[in-house]
Each structure stands twice: as structure tokens, then as C-alpha cells.
Ligand binder design. Structure first.
Ligand code: EPZ
Length: 419
């Protein structure tokens, strides 16, 4: 397994260009199942998760072409409505094929996605909502089986805002008979972007991006051309890295409107953030102030930025309290930061008290999930000495060319291939 080696201490300086958002590209690709024709998608990030979902769609019979950052998917050749365990276990977001398959073909058999390092990751809200749309849903031998002559519109309430749950049901409802109203929907920018994509295919969706979404079912959706929105979490990751190394970095091709919470919290640390239409300039200060963080559904501070912020707080002036409210086990990065000399204490499982120290020390550490790996890279960039991070396949799932992008802004970073 590859490793990343970082010699810490360099200030990051220069420009970094943000790729398309993983968490927008995945539902976009799933939505092509709804179309009996070809869909073209540009600005697709080059990630393991994208390769995984394209493999899954090919397994369903769809023709997929992926060159550079352009994907062409032909949903007219789909002839299989079963998503096997081997494909689903590699990537939980495979659950996003469930709604589109039932909506278009009236049947789907999808492996239950397992949990992952950050939590159990249940899909009960997806299934409850699908049943509200009239599907017969059962779970046997680790598979979800869902069938419906034709889905029928319904009033649906999510007990908690679920991003892929909202996306799955919004896609399913586009072909249902009648009107569906989703209440307590997730409001992430990726959901608004998906609704715009579905409407460009001929769907009739209103209210996406707010907590109440109305979908009027139509008979069929048609081919269209899509472009993936910028990755707000990738942008946030480079912003925190710039702050952590007291650097001066321009982050290009991002959408500042999607990262308001991150900008505000970073400014609270004393970091300077200048905002333009499609870029940000982040200038670090010698000693950042400690700030408290509480993760919340969008537009609250994103859980996907918690690990990166914790790394920054390990060298802040003072102590900060980090409260993770979305996932039950999203502090796995803390143990690795402790090995680098950080002063972190976890209580009740979802509170982390971080007391700032002078400097982290480079060490051999291990990535455990996607955003934890980004946190460890940031820690390595600011540590004294060399840090070696193993299991970087976690990072390759969600960060496009991360060491190349960090190299371009002055990091002393290299990938050691384990052949
Ligand atoms: C999406 O995951 C993102 N993934 C995650 O990003 C992100 O961390 C998460 O939303 C929260 O923002 C994609 O978009 C592909 P949820 P998702 O359903 O949809 C509970 C990354 O790093 N819940 O919004 O799986 C759940 O346990 C990844 O890019 C149920 O109880 O998350 C959690 O506590 C990690 N039952 C809360 O809701 C359900 O049926 C929010 O989860 C569904 C969710």
C-alpha cells in the first residue's frame, strides 16, 4: 500500500485549482440511470470513488466512457438491476442507485452498504421514504430488495436531514405518479446542484437547497449535459492547510457561497480570508487563535471539515472544544495526532478538547478514513521533521491528485509506491 512522506515546515504559497465535487459527481452519475439515453458530464474529479460507481453502472449494463474529466453514460443499455456486495462494499454511496433503479425499472436489489470507520451509516431513512412512495421493500441475506409497479408521490418526513437519503428519494420521485413533498430535507449545495441536473433532464423539482422540496412526477427524463460543481470540502482542506503553515494561497475555481461556515471559523482563528467570485486568498498568521467547533447539517460547519480543523487547533493559542454531532466515531484521526505530540482528550465519544502546543513532531501514522487522511497531511505539513502516512488509499477516494497539488504550492511531499 502506498505511503505519503512529508517533510514539515514549508509555508504553502501559490495557487491551487479545485476539482469537481466528489459528493456532487456521485449522485450526478447515479441520476443517469433514470435516462433512456446518453448523458454527458464534465468536470468530473479523477477519484477512486468515481471509478467505483462507474464500475457499478457498467455492471448494471450502462455504457460508460471516462476520459480525463469527462464522463459519457448511456443508460439505454441497462439490463441488470442488481448491485452486488463486492461493488457496494467499496463505496457506501452506491446506495444512490437504489432510487433511480426502482423509479425507472420497478425493481432493484442492492447490497446493504456496510458501515465504515466513522459510523454505522444506516440507510433506514432511505428505505422508509421509498416505502412511502409505494415500494415493497425487504432486506434478506444482506440485500435490499425494492419493487413497485410505478412509484406514487407522497408526503415524506426525514427524522434527520440525510444527504444521500434526500438525493436518493428526490431522484426516485422524479418518475413517480403525482406529487412528492420531502420535509426536513438536507440542504447541502450538492442537493441543489442535483435538482438542477434533474430539472435539465425534464424533471419538475422546486425547493431544493431548502428543507422542503416538492417533486412533480413526470413520465420520462431525457439526455442532457452536466458539469460538476466545485468541491467545497477540497477547497476547505487547502484553506486550512494554508492557515496551518502560515502560508499565502489562492484557491481558484471554488464557490465561496458554499463555504461560508468554513470561512467564518477560519477568520475567527485570525487567519485572513479574502473572497472573490470564484476564488479565495488565505493568508496565515504566526499563531492561530483556538476556536470551538460544532458540526451541523449544512449550512452549519461541515462534519467533513472537522478532522482538518482539529489538526489546525493542535497548534492554536489556547484550547478548543470540538463537538461532532453527525457521526458517532469521527475522531479516529485524534489518535494519530496524539502520536505527533498533540494534546487532545476525547469525552462522551463526540467531544474533543484540544489544547494547543508549540509544534507537532513528525511521526509514522496511519490514515483511517477519507477526511482523517487529509487531517494527517495537514499535520505533517506543519510538523517538525518527517511524517510518513500509511493507508493513503483512503485519501485517493476523495482527493484528486493531492500530493501534486500540494507540491505545486511548496510542500515537501512525495508518494512512496508500494509495488
Ligand atoms: C453524505 O453522507 C456525504 N457523502 C458524507 O461525506 C458527509 O459526511 C455526510 O453526507 C454528512 O454531511 C456523500 O454525499 C456521498 P447522511 P451520507 O445520510 O448521506 C444518519 C465524505 O467524506 N442517517 O447525511 O451517508 C447518519 O447515521 C463523506 O465525503 C440515518 O440515521 O450521510 C448520520 O448520523 C463522509 N439513517 C446522519 O444521518 C439514514 O437512513 C447524516 O448522515 C441515513 C442517515
Amino acid at each position: 500500500m502506498d505511503k505519503i512522506e512529508i517533510k514539515g515546515g514549508n509555508k504553502l504559497e501559490g495557487e491551487v485549482i479545485i476539482s469537481g465535487a466528489k459528493n456532487a459527481a456521485l449522485p450526478f452519475i447515479a441520476s443517469t440511470i433514470l435516462v433512456d439515453g446518453k448523458t454527458s458530464i464534465t468536470n468530473v474529479p479523477s477519484l477512486m470513488d468515481i471509478k467505483s460507481i462507474l464500475l457499478l453502472l457498467q455492471n448494471l449494463g450502462a455504457k460508460c466512457e471516462f476520459n480525463g474529466n469527462h464522463v459519457m453514460i448511456d443508460g439505454s443499455t441497462i439490463n441488470n438491476t442488481q448491485a452486488d456486495y463486492d461493488l457496494v462494499r467499496k463505496m457506501r454511496a452506491s446506495i444512490l442507485v437504489l432510487g433511480p433503479l426502482v423509479a425507472r425499472f420497478g425493481y432493484a436489489r442492492v447490497s446493504l452498504p456496510g458501515g465504515c470507520a466513522i459510523g454505522a451509516r444506516p440507510v433506514d431513512l432511505h428505505l422508509k421514504a421509498l416505502e412511502s412512495l409505494g415500494a415493497d421493500v425487504s432486506i434478506e441475506h444482506g440485500y435490499i430488495e425494492a419493487k413497485a409497479e410505478r412509484l406514487t408521490g407522497s408526503e415524506i418526513y426525514f427524522d434527520t436531514p440525510t444527504v444521500t437519503g434526500t438525493e436518493n428519494i428526490m431522484m426516485a420521485a422524479t418518475l413517480a405518479k403525482g406529487v412528492t413533498v420531502l420535509r426536513n430535507s438536507a440542504r447541502e449545495p450538492e442537493i441543489l446542484a442535483l435538482a438542477e441536473v434533474l430539472n435539465s433532464m425534464g424533471a419538475d423539482i422546486k425547493g431544493a437547497g431548502t428543507a422542503i422540496i416538492q417533486i412533480k412526477g413526470v413520465k420520462a427524463l431525457k439526455s442532457t449535459e452536466l458539469s460538476v460543481i466545485p468541491d467545497r470540502i477540497e477547497a476547505g482542506t487547502y484553506m486550512v492547510a494554508a492557515a496551518a503553515t502560515c502560508g499565502d494561497v489562492v484557491i481558484k475555481g471554488c464557490n465561496p457561497d458554499h463555504i461560508g461556515g468554513i470561512i467564518s471559523k477560519l477568520r475567527e482563528t485570525g487567519t485572513m480570508v479574502d473572497v472573490s467570485d470564484h476564488s479565495l486568498r488565505v493568508r496565515g498568521i504566526k499563531k492561530v487563535k483556538s476556536v470551538d467547533i460544532k458540526t451541523l447539517p449544512y449550512p452549519g460547519f461541515p462534519t467533513d471539515m472537522q478532522a482538518q480543523f482539529m489538526a489546525l487547533m493542535t497548534i492554536a493559542d489556547g484550547s478548543s472544544m470540538i463537538h461532532e454531532t453527525i457521526f458517532e466515531n469521527r475522531f479516529t484521526h485524534a489518535n494519530e495526532l496524539l502520536r505527533m505530540g498533540a494534546d487532545i482528550s476525547i469525552s462522551d465519544g463526540n467531544y474533543a478538547r484540544v489544547r494547543g502546543i508549540k509544534k507537532l513532531q513528525g511521526a509514522q501514522i496511519m490514515a483511517s478514513d477519507l477526511r482523517a487522511s487529509a487531517s494527517l497531511v495537514i499535520a505533517g505539513l506543519m510538523a517538525h521533521g518527517t511524517t510518513s502516512i500509511s493507508r493513503v488509499y483512503h485519501m485517493d477516494r476523495g482527493y484528486d491528485s493531492i500530493e501534486k497539488k500540494f507540491l505545486q504550492i511548496g510542500a515537501d511531499i512525495r508518494r512512496i509506491r508500494d509495488n
